[in-house]
Design a protein around this ligand. Structure first.
Ligand code: ZN
Length: 167
């Protein structure tokens, strides 16, 4: 297993919809193991493959019941409404109160390629929605109200410029 560097905003890979996994083979299982190790090292509660630069529809998460993997995840159902201080490993050190469904149910394949369903309220529901967004190339910034999003983008661009240093 290996810990991979996590891609951060504004890396374009984070904006690209990922490709479906054709077969859950040893290579995909190795990717899942690396993603789980990277998620725990960060530390975070979820990680999607594009966040380590791999354009495949694979997510891992641990909403308190151990590490889980979901391949080719599909959000089947969501309802309710819940505002929660949400962050993202690809937009480090920022948190925003983001409104999402309070319940979510997602289906997909597990690491053996078997059909699996995860459903939950609160953190699990939140993580499922957040990670499936990543698979579609959507960052949590897109879930902010317009005005907050504008301010957030301005702040992040300034930070990125400062990180590059003077030219
Ligand atoms: Zn994220």
């Amino acid at each position: 297993m290996a810990v991979f560097p996590i891609r951060t905003f504004p890396d374009p890979v984070l904006r690209m919809p990922a490709r479906a996994v054709a077969v859950v083979d040893d290579e995909v299982r190795r990717l899942i193991d690396d993603m789980i190790e990277t998620m725990y090292a960060a530390p975070g509660v979820g990680l999607a493959a594009p966040q380590i630069g791999v354009g495949l529809r694979v997510v891992v998460f641990d909403a308190g019941e151990g590490a889980q993997a979901l391949v080719n995840p599909v959000l089947e159902d969501s309802n309710g409404s819940w505002v929660y201080e949400e962050g993202c490993l690809s937009v480090p050190e920022h948190y925003w109160g983001i409104k999402r469904a309070s319940f979510a149910r997602a289906s997909g394949l597990d690491r053996q390629g078997r059909a699996v369903v995860f459903a939950g309220e609160e953190l699990l529901g939140r993580v499922l929605q957040h990670e499936i967004d990543h698979i579609e190339g959507v960052l949590l910034l897109s879930r902010l109200p317009r005005r907050t999003r504008r301010e957030a983008l301005r702040e992040l661009r300034e930070e990125a410029l400062q990180a590059q240093g003077p030219r």
